[in-house]
Design a protein around this ligand. Structure first.
Ligand code: CP3
Length: 344
């Protein structure tokens, strides 16, 4: 099959493809026993990310078990701040931690000297995956969008209330624009290098776009995303870019129209009528609630059919509204795949 013939790529480029292609955010992860074994073998999550043979293995595990149309590179959005010089670690059984940025010199210290060298194992993982990929499977790369990555850099990890970053935003602090500018540059370079290594489409994860105050949405979400997309399109016009600005409600249309992305990944809170209307702008991806995948049974069947019936006649990629959660039974993921493949 030529690259052009891959179902997921065709859908991302705006074609209504049958059967509907699918992949799942966090399809490689702790819900899979083979992932838990691999992570144990690696020693830590970061060792798994930075060891190309193991990251390749993690990427391919869900494909081997379920046969999704897309394989997403196994990595993390927080490797970019680490490559810019910020300290990153994962507490055992906890979330990510970073040495929080606090002052001008912390921001100035972020630099590009070791960017390529630090991220080289990620590109090596991609080159390991490419020859092992089934012919019809699309390899997806990704990065975090600047706003979302900045929340972790300033909060020093996951946050409940984002008080620190929202205070920086409210002060309209010039340092904040400098962080975003550095992240635009690093992210564009990182995604271009992923593409050079062999990924065929990329997704920008803006998990926390929904908390951006309305008056700052252009400056913090739209503009940095558009700058990254423009950079990628200049050198790689045919590589689709998927945007995932989670939780932005009525701002989806504007984000889709103004950032230059090819496909929009929507959360589970978005109504299917709204999702269908968004298909006039390009491919839509989503939006099964991850909790419904945990529930399984009749609830899962009904929800999946509703989505397929409503969005399946336009350019569509089936996915979740957010990532697979660790308590998801793998059998439910297998059932989901059967439902999608059987859809008329
Ligand atoms: O399968 C895939 O989707 C590819 C790999 C992938 C991971 N993280 C692996 C991972 C992707 C695309 C990400 C993106 C990511 N990382 C996001 C954006 C998407 C989202 O989930 O909102 C964010 C915010 C991060 C930062 C991050 N990494 C957090 C907050 C955590 C802790 C939460 C958790 O689930 O443990 C991680 C760790 C992480 N990244 C894990 C995985 C499989 C779990 C690590 C483990 O314990 O093995």
């Amino acid at each position: 099959m030529t690259a052009r013939g891959k179902p997921l790529l065709r859908a991302l480029q705006g074609e209504a493809v049958r059967p509907i292609p699918y992949w799942l955010m966090r399809q490689a992860g702790r819900y899979l026993p083979e992932y838990r074994a691999l992570r144990q073998r690696a020693g830590s999550f970061l060792d798994l990310c930075y060891t190309p043979a193991l990251a390749a293995e993690a990427t391919l595990q869900p494909i081997e078990r379920f046969g999704m149309d897309g394989a997403i590179l196994f990595s993390d959005i927080l490797l970019v701040p680490q490559a810019l010089g910020q300290k990153l670690w994962f507490e055992p059984n906890g979330g990510p931690k970073l040495s929080a940025l606090r002052n001008d010199s912390d921001v100035e210290a972020l630099n590009f000297a070791k960017l390529d060298e630090t991220l080289a194992p990620v590109y090596a993982a991609i080159r390991t995956i490419v020859p092992r990929l089934p012919k019809k499977t699309t390899l997806l790369g990704f990065a975090g969008a600047p706003w979302t990555v900045a929340t972790y850099m300033i909060e020093g990890g996951s946050s409940r209330d984002f008080s620190e970053i929202l205070a920086w935003v409210a002060r309209r602090d010039g340092r904040f624009d400098e962080i975003i500018a550095k992240l635009v540059e690093a992210t564009a370079r990182h995604l271009a290098a992923e593409i050079a290594a062999g990924v065929e489409a990329v997704q920008l994860f803006d998990t926390w776009a929904g908390i951006v105050p309305e008056g700052e949405f252009e400056r913090l979400v739209i503009k940095p995303t558009r700058q990254i997309v423009e950079r990628l399109k200049r050198d790689h016009p045919d590589v689709p870019v998927i945007g995932f600005p989670r939780g932005i409600g009525p701002r989806y249309r504007r984000y889709f129209a103004e950032t230059g992305i090819d496909a929009l990944s929507i959360d589970a809170e978005t109504s299917l009528d709204e999702a269908r209307a968004l298909q006039s702008l390009g491919a839509v991806q989503g939006n099964l609630d991850p909790k419904t995948l945990v529930a399984g049974g009749k609830v899962l069947d009904v929800a999946v059919h509703r989505i397929l019936d409503c969005l399946g006649s336009g350019p569509f990629v089936f996915n979740l509204g957010h990532g697979v959660v660790p308590e998801t039974p793998p059998d439910h993921v297998a059932r989901l795949g059967e439902l999608i493949r059987a859809h008329g």
